[in-house]
Design a protein around this ligand. Structure first.
Ligand SMILES: C[S@@+](CC[C@H](N)C(=O)[O-])C[C@H]1O[C@@H](n2cnc3c(N)ncnc32)[C@H](O)[C@@H]1O
Length: 256
């Protein structure tokens, strides 16, 4: 048993989010390629894509406070980076972009929040140039996530149930006429890396345990909505380790 513990103490060398950048590098897109960061949040990846690859990046997000932060971050960049990046209000279901105007759509950790996946993938197909690529990263539920805990977790986090179902994604991609090049099932890999580098996943587990054990205290302090969302946030980080959630990377091409 001691031997097994020692063996399991050894890292399996998990990859982290840098994997997405490795994939973009392998695509070999030239500098000045037109890239959409769909659901850009506070613009971190949009700025990195411009910095690392020299792309022109448009970050789209429906939330004004995210766009404000993204624009603030852009102001802190050197002019040669800032001039390549812009942020606009937009949604996956109706992107404010002309047909055939993008070489790459980057969409990280967004589509579980989108109710109409058919519209989102149809929009990717519309805005991509023939031969253009889409790189999607998304968390999916697995059969180990029991229906009751799934309904509670998704409700607390605003996750659309169908959008976290792999079959809905497969159907939406097919209906949009996009070609699937690669699907990588990440399982617990990114979370293992996070845990090994910072201990953040076991910290989230400890926080979940404290929230549960002193539920009455924390509900009284936070209110029901904030309590549920704090607990759900912790479990969202922990569940990939238990196989209840499994992120995937999906690489697509708009056929020529
Ligand atoms: C978890 S954050 C991810 C942000 C960023 N992509 C990242 O990986 O850091 C999800 C983002 O999706 C955005 N979002 C929510 N609904 C959306 C929609 N219908 N279309 C596009 N983005 C959406 C949110 O405003 C938020 O910024």
């Amino acid at each position: 048993m001691g031997d097994l513990a020692e063996l399991l103490d050894r890292s399996l060398a998990p990859r982290g989010p840098g994997q997405l950048y490795d994939i973009v590098r392998e695509l070999g897109l030239p500098p000045d390629s037109d890239v959409v960061d769909l659901g850009c949040g506070e613009g971190v990846d949009a700025l990195r894509l411009a910095t690392h690859f020299g792309f022109r990046v448009l970050g789209l997000d429906p939330l004004q406070r995210h766009l404000d932060r993204a624009r603030e971050a852009r102001r802190g960049e050197p002019e040669e980076i800032a001039s390549r990046v812009s942020f606009e209000r937009g949604r996956a279901e109706a992107m404010p972009l002309p047909r055939s105007s993008a070489d790459l759509v980057w969409c990280r950790d967004v589509l579980v929040r989108v109710g109409d996946l058919d519209a989102a993938y149809a929009e990717m197909a519309r805005v991509l140039r023939p031969g253009g690529r889409a790189l999607v990263h998304q968390v999916f539920a697995t059969p180990l996530l029991e229906p009751r805990e799934r309904d509670w977790l998704f409700g607390a986090l605003g996750v659309v149930r169908d959008s976290a179902d792999p079959a809905s994604t497969d159907a939406a991609i097919e209906a949009a006429g996009l070609q699937v090049d690669v699907v990588l099932e990440l399982g617990s890999e990114w979370e293992e890396r996070t845990e090994e580098s910072s201990g953040a996943v076991s910290r989230a587990l400890l926080h979940a345990a404290r929230l549960r054990r002193a539920e009455e205290h924390f509900r009284g302090m936070l209110g029901d909505t904030a309590y549920d969302s704090a607990l759900a946030d912790c479990l969202w980080q922990v569940y990939p380790m238990l196989g209840k959630l499994s992120p995937r990377i999906i690489l697509l091409t708009r056929p020529g």
